[in-house]
Design a protein around this ligand. Structure first.
Ligand SMILES: Nc1ncnc2c1ncn2[C@@H]1O[C@H](COP(=O)(O)OP(=O)(O)OP(=O)(O)O)[C@@H](O)[C@H]1O
Ligand SMILES: [Mg+2]
Length: 202
């Protein structure tokens, strides 16, 4: 379009056209990520314990200064079928969201009398017919609209967000025959609960 109109556009119009072009290219990148994800890699499903994977992810992930990351992993979990790489992605997405939420809350905190202590907690426990994993934070929490749309692909309220994190989490957990639940309260925090009951169906 820019080429067609040639030089015959005002500076302001040219600026808009540039912006459109930039945004289209951003969309392109995002769609590329999406496709890459949907195609997935060949699943490498193992039957085993999930705790070692959780421990490894928590060890690898860079915790922001000031943030306390704690874990409470039950030693009595049944073994489950899971895809290591995909579950790793799930945990990274959830923990990074929690870090973001506590960091944002910390930046807005203005009560000098009671300092804010950013806290992220990862728990694993036995569920009725499988395992439960929880990622809980005392960060910003979500308003109702955000909580309702959080799993929508490309829905984000964060400046640097793409809005794919939770959509990916949901897809992977459902591939594992599981479910995801968000429990969030504005200015208190968020708890994301995964229940995996049947192992990977594929
Ligand atoms: N732990 C959380 N606390 C508060 N809000 C959250 C939390 N996790 C997700 N959200 C809200 O849900 C939105 C969607 O999250 P999602 O992980 O899908 O995307 P994102 O983090 O914005 O971008 P991306 O994960 O692709 O980098 C976020 O923009 C934020 O508004
Ligand atoms: Mg995210």
């Amino acid at each position: 379009l820019q080429r067609k109109i040639g030089g015959a556009v005002e500076e302001k119009t040219a600026k808009h056209l540039n912006r459109i072009e930039e945004q289209v290219s951003l969309c392109d990148t995002i769609v590329g990520d999406l496709l890459e994800f949907t195609r997935g890699r060949a699943s490498e499903v193992i039957h085993g314990e999930i705790n070692p994977l959780l421990e490894k992810v928590l060890e690898e992930i860079a915790t922001p200064e000031q943030v306390t990351l704690v874990s409470d992993l039950s030693p009595e979990l049944p073994m489950t079928h899971f895809d290591r790489d995909k579950m790793r992605r799930v945990m990274i997405n959830l923990v990074l969201n929690a870090f973001k939420a506590v960091t944002l809350r910390r930046e807005k905190w203005d009560n000098a009398e009671s300092p804010y202590q950013p806290l992220v907690k990862v728990t694993s426990s036995k569920a009725d017919n499988g395992i439960r994993i929880e990622v809980e934070d005392n960060g910003t929490g979500m308003d109702d609209e955000t909580a309702g749309r959080a799993f929508e692909p490309l829905f984000t309220t964060w400046a640097r967000g793409t809005g794919l994190g939770l959509a990916i989490v949901k897809k992977i957990v459902e591939e594992h025959g599981g479910s995801v639940l968000i429990d969030s309260e504005l200015n208190h925090g968020t708890k994301v609960t995964l229940v995996i009951t049947e192992g990977v169906k594929s």
